[in-house]
Every structure is written in C-alpha cells, then in structure tokens.
Design a protein around this ligand. Sequence first.
Ligand code: SAM
Length: 342
Amino acid sequence: MPPLSFLLSLLALCALIGAQDICKPVSLFKHAHCPLPSRLLSSDHPIISLSRDHDRLQKDLEDTYRNGGQILKEYFYDHGNWDSVAQKSPQTDGDLDLLYQHMPHIVGKLESSSIIFELGPSTYMKKSRAILDALEATGFHYWYVLVEYNQDIISKIEELQKDYSRITFIVICGDFDQAFPIARELAHGRTAALISLGSTYTNAERNVLGNRFGTWGSIVSAMGVSQDLKAKEQADDWHKHYHSPEMMKFIFDAFKRADKIIGKTLFSDSIPLRCRHTPTSHAYRFRLNNGEIIEVFLSIKSNDAAILDPSIHKPMVFSEVLGAESTTMKLFIFDNPHVREE
Ligand SMILES: C[S@@+](CC[C@H](N)C(=O)[O-])C[C@H]1O[C@@H](n2cnc3c(N)ncnc32)[C@H](O)[C@@H]1O
C-alpha cells in the first residue's frame, strides 16, 4: 500500500494537469518540455503556437541590410498573403484536378489513420477542404493537424471546426522541424498519415529532405506529397510564375513588413536584379539602397530523382505516383510498413 503522502502528491499532480487542460491557446517556449499530448487532446481544437524571437528577427533583418545575404524564407510566409498567389497558381488547379481524380484512392490511404498531419496548408485551404470533405464523408472521426508557419492559419480554425463536425482540428503554428517533436507525441499510439501539397514538403535541399523523411516518416504509416514535375521544355512557364504580379506583391509586402518592424525604409525600395535560377531552384535577388545585394525566398524544386531515391525517402517505401492529364503536378505516395505493423 503506498504511503498517504505519495497518494496526496499524486492527487495534486492530477489536479495540476487537469488545470492545464483548460488553458488555450498554448504558448510553448521549449516545445520538448510540454506535457503533451493528453492535455492538448482533451481540449477542443487546440492551437499550439511555437515561440518566435522577435528581437532576434529584427536583429537578423538589420544585419542583412548592413551586410547583404539572405532573409529567412519563414519571414516571407510568417504573415504573408499567400492566398492571392495560390488562387492564380497553375499548381493549385493542377493539384485540385489530381485530388478530385484520385480522391477515393487517396482517402482510402488516409482512412485507416486516426490522425492526419497536413504540412504547409497555407490559409487558402481549397485543397485541404477537398480532402476534408472526403474524410468527413467517411463518417469516422479524425484528428487533423495543420502545421504552418503562417500565423493567419489560427483565424481559420473556428470556420473549419464549424464545417467539419467529425474532424477535430489542431494547429501547430511553426516550422515543420520545430513542430515534429509535438507531432510525434500527438501520433503516439495512433495510426498517422501525412499529406503535403503544392510542392511544399519537397521544397528542400537533399539533406534537409532526407532528414524530413527520417523524422516525419518515422511516425506515419502513409504519406502523400505533391510536387510539380515540369519537363525541361516547360521551365519557362515555371520561371514566369515566380515573376507574376501576385508573387512580386507577396515579396514586396514582406519587405514593407520588415521596414515597419525596423521603423526605416531598408527593403521596400530595393531594386530587383536578375534572379538566380536553375532547373530545380529559384531565388530573387535585390540591390538595397545602401548598395548591398540580398537573395531571398529560395525555392528548391525537388526532382523525381531526389524524391525516388530510397536513401532520401527512408524509412518510407515508395508506393506509387499519381498524376492527371491536365497537370504536371504529381502526388508521390509512400508507405511505412514498419509503423503500420506496430
Ligand atoms: C507553396 S505554399 C503551398 C500551400 C498549399 N499547400 C498549396 O498547395 O497551395 C507553402 C506553404 O507551406 C508553409 N511552409 C513552407 N515551409 C514550411 C516550414 N518549413 N514550416 C512550416 N510551414 C511551412 C508556408 O507558410 C506556405 O503556406
């Protein structure tokens, strides 16, 4: 029989955990120490907002202004209005065609999971809603976790929760790598799947992509990631999209936000230079008003050689690639039989 003092401390601990259940949104500073998942999963559609160091961001922007170099891509997406870019993007129409054409098959893959992570849904949500409609129609309950840098995702959750009564939403607002330890806890004891559209998950150098598969791949039994695989002769279309009015506005809006943070015109009057691009990458270059050159919004288009390389996508096993006539978008499907067996 345990001593009374032990039972009392256990009671106090339970009361403390219970009290934590009611506080949301949750601000996490060191996500690794957060007592997840029971606390989060017991509250309705929680929002996990990973901390950002605003002083550091301001200092980084000032350093980049002084010395040239790069501005972190996260900064562009942070509050950026991607919706107007997405609405005009051929990738959006392509992904939607592909999703609608293969939806029963895609949902068949996701269906056996109780928790689904969508990496980088943005705030436009048209593609996510296509998937959510199909999941809702299965009649089962799902946890649907949106992992997104863009803090405006938080304002979408009420609307989603109203429209999908069988799905419980969780938002992790932060970087994919930063969010992973939380995702692992959320997935613990559940069958999990991952979906990421619009060439988002695969927008990474080979080593980063390999790490990404290594982490997220270790907790999900199925994964569907879409990537635009335009042929070489279509490279001009691909490149043109980066210089569309919507994309340029997206970039300059971020420069205006940076100037507002610093309180001086450092970026918004910069002069566009010839961008740097290869068949699989693109970066904008600008000359600042002090003559320094900056390179921003680096984009990597992984090709099928990288995506299908087993040493990159391990521990996932490639299953199939889905496409549609109207588009160069492809959805790569992977399985992790090891996770499914557990
Ligand atoms: C190219 S957009 C695609 C949006 C949407 N999936 C679609 O298909 O239209 C990429 C989205 O992923 C988010 N994102 C990209 N990399 C991320 C990362 N490492 N961590 C968190 N969010 C990220 C961005 O904020 C942005 O909303």
